[in-house]
Design a binder for this molecule. Structure first.
Ligand SMILES: Cc1cc2nc3c(=O)[nH]c(=O)nc-3n(C[C@H](O)[C@H](O)[C@H](O)COP(=O)(O)OP(=O)(O)OC[C@H]3O[C@@H](n4cnc5c(N)ncnc54)[C@H](O)[C@@H]3O)c2cc1C
Length: 340
């Protein structure tokens, strides 16, 4: 059976966000065999060029909904426009990103349509004729499967969980445009501020050493700094809970709601490896994880897994590293060339 799938595109500052193309991979996995009937929806002020880009990149139909004045995300407007759009058309699945905005409007949309809502989807499995959606739970310790009982199924996809669909340049999808003159003064856009991570050096560091709840108390962040001190061009970071506890500033948070880092080397110390953290550091060249729990999910993506107490391991490692470096310097020391 051909499934009818709607994809809600995400855009920011005139750019289509990569997760839009990852949603296409999700749609194709939902269909399993054959080609699904897919239509993209994009909302905003002056979205004509973006709608054309998606249609050219994917070859699928795109419905551009021009909403005068909607130049930035506005939850109140999305929650009015989307149900009206989807009540007119019947889709089996409506797919959106698991982003700040997606997480805001998707539950409201599924309630308005009387459908099912499954958020944070990471993969799709077809089992005995049933389409199951896979997502992590309990900080990544459990991988759960959900099957929907009612349609439409409104889903959010975890950004980065699936590889983006690679565009087929030969096709161009149908373009449909409509205008919604709608206004809502309950929510107004007041501007943006640069992220506090600018200045933390996280995004440009070659080595990032991050600490998580496993450091147990704020003064133990010194172990993270001690390890980072071994490397030039390094920066320290952390998981969200230790920012919430005010042990470090939010500018140092790594993850989907913090900074995305892709250093050559990443140390995850006392970090369990929740999907929201992994998403922000999985682009690192080499990952070392230190955790007392041998089953910590972070070990699934680590290149080197160290099952140790970080408070014991780091000082020992730093001492050994410095000793080796001193020995090496002594071996390479050829004496003062002017005395020869
Ligand atoms: C919408 C949303 C957005 C989020 N965004 C982010 C985000 O951007 N970034 C982020 O990090 N999180 C984010 N989170 C939170 C995320 O889901 C996890 O709760 C969080 O990442 C867990 O942090 P943690 O690994 O430090 O703590 P925990 O999950 O509590 O893990 C602590 C780990 O330390 C280990 N440990 C304990 N003692 C020691 C020791 N002495 N030595 C070594 N290891 C030890 C434990 O075995 C455990 O694995 C978000 C959550 C939501 C719902």
């Amino acid at each position: 059976m051909i499934k009818k799938i709607a994809i809600i595109a995400e855009h920011h500052r005139g750019q289509i966000m990569p997760v839009t193309y990852e949603l296409l991979t999700l749609a194709q996995k939902i269909q399993d065999t054959g080609l699904p009937e897919i239509c993209f929806f994009i909302l905003g002020d002056d979205i004509e060029t973006l709608a054309e880009t998606i249609s050219r990149d994917t070859g699928y139909a795109v419905h551009g909904v021009h909403v005068p004045g909607l130049s930035h995300y506005n939850g109140a407007l999305y929650k009015k426009i989307l149900p009206a759009l989807f009540i007119e058309k019947s889709f089996d699945y409506i797919c959106a990103p698991n982003s700040t905005s997606g997480m805001d409007y998707v539950p409201a949309l599924s309630i308005a349509l009387g459908g099912s809502c499954i958020t944070g989807v990471e993969d799709v499995i077809q089992k005995d004729g049933t389409t199951c959606f896979v997502r992590s739970m309990f900080g990544g310790k459990i991988s759960a499967r959900f099957a929907a009982k009612s349609t439409p199924v409104v889903l959010t996809l975890q950004p980065g969980a699936l590889k983006a669909f690679s565009p087929d340049k030969k096709r161009k999808g149908l373009l449909k445009k409509s205008v919604r003159q709608i206004h809502d003064d309950k929510m107004i856009f007041t501007g943006t501020r640069p992220s506090p991570s600018e200045g933390s050096g996280l995004a440009s560091a070659e080595v990032v050493v991050s600490g998580g709840r496993g450091i147990r108390e704020s003064q133990n962040f010194k172990y993270i700094e001690m390890l980072a001190g071994l490397f030039p061009r390094s920066a320290t970071g952390g998981s969200r809970p230790i920012c919430d506890y005010k042990w470090i500033t939010y500018g140092k948070q790594v993850g989907i709601t913090g900074t995305t880092v892709s250093p050559k080397l990443y140390f995850a110390c006392g970090i369990s490896g929740a999907p929201q953290h992994i998403e922000g550091m999985k682009g690192a060249g080499f990952i070392v994880a230190i955790n007392t729990d041998p089953d910590a999910p972070v070990f699934q993506i680590a290149d080197v897994s160290i099952v140790e107490d970080l408070m014991e391991f780091i000082p020992l490692f730093v001492e050994t590293f410095k000793k080796k470096r001193r020995e090496e310097d002594e071996r390479n020391d050829v004496g003062d060339p002017f005395l020869a």
